[in-house]
Write a protein that binds this ligand. Structure first.
Ligand SMILES: [Zn+2]
Length: 260
């Protein structure tokens, strides 16, 4: 596999937030957020000051057997999913996120040794920025990404390529190509929880189609988003925007009508 993530493709901001505290926010160059996403995330992120803060955990939920916590990086989120038999991390945010992900694992009652699987929904830098560090910290974890995105994720660790219909610890992999060639979603059919990556965006409880600005093939990305309406999702965790837990299937069906 190729070598470590380049450190040239990021910018680091250091901000003194006063009262002796300082926070560092690191933004990947390949960030696939829009200004709308930042606003929606900031609205539920009270400690974000001027858009500059370290990643932090937000209270998650319990979706019938899968407990989850959001790790918010302000404009992008990673998610930690816990089942009785272990922990799965989906996406890792920008670089510098390993501490916040560790906090999320702890809040779910686990430690790094409980993490069996780390899944990247796609290759963009704001989703795989801490992937190597998370895999370094989790001695029992296997790393995964969509097969068609593997070549675009330059880390030292080997990753297992995933295809539509694959199963990772009971989670079903749903291929959603278009945003990137190998974009995938992670779906739990039992709890009807979907970690969507950037297959769709959310804002203020609504679900929108994939980003026109940051999707490699928008027509294909829209076709993939349309397909998510077939899943009967109750909890939708998107990479950009707030979790959607209310009338989610109905909203996905409406989006599918829009996109169709
Ligand atoms: Zn993206």
């Amino acid at each position: 596999m190729t070598r470590r993530l380049t450190r040239l493709s990021r910018r680091t901001f250091l901000a003194d937030l006063g009262r002796g505290s300082a926070a560092i926010a690191v933004f990947g160059l390949a960030a696939c957020s829009s200004s709308d996403d930042e606003r929606s995330s900031d609205a539920t992120n009270p400690t974000t000051a001027g858009g500059v803060a370290g990643p932090e955990t937000n209270q998650g939920g319990d979706a019938d057997g899968v407990r989850w916590t959001e790790v918010s990086f302000g404009f992008v989120s990673a998610f930690v999913l816990a089942r009785p038999d272990g922990i799965t991390v989906v996406d890792t945010g920008t670089s510098g996120g390993v501490g916040a992900i560790e906090t999320a694992i702890g809040e779910l009652g686990g430690t790094w040794t409980d993490v069996g699987h780390v899944i990247a929904t796609h290759s963009h830098g704001d989703h795989v920025g801490s992937l190597q560090q998370v895999l370094d910290a989790a001695p029992n974890a296997t790393g995964y990404a969509g097969t068609d995105d593997l070549a675009d994720i330059s880390i030292a660790a080997d990753l297992v390529g995933l295809e539509d219909g694959d199963d990772v610890a009971g989670f079903q992999i749903v291929a959603t190509p278009g945003h990137t060639p190998g974009s995938i979603c992670v779906y739990d059919p039992m709890s009807r929880l979907l970690v969507a990556g950037d297959a769709v965006l959310t804002s203020g409880g609504d679900i929108q189609g994939p980003s026109a600005q940051f999707s490699a093939d928008l027509d294909l990305a829209n076709a993939s988003a349309l397909r998510l309406a077939e899943l009967q999702v109750e909890t939708l965790l998107a990479g950009h925007g707030d979790p959607v837990v209310d009338r989610t299937a109905e909203k996905l069906a409406a989006l599918a009508l829009d996109l169709g």
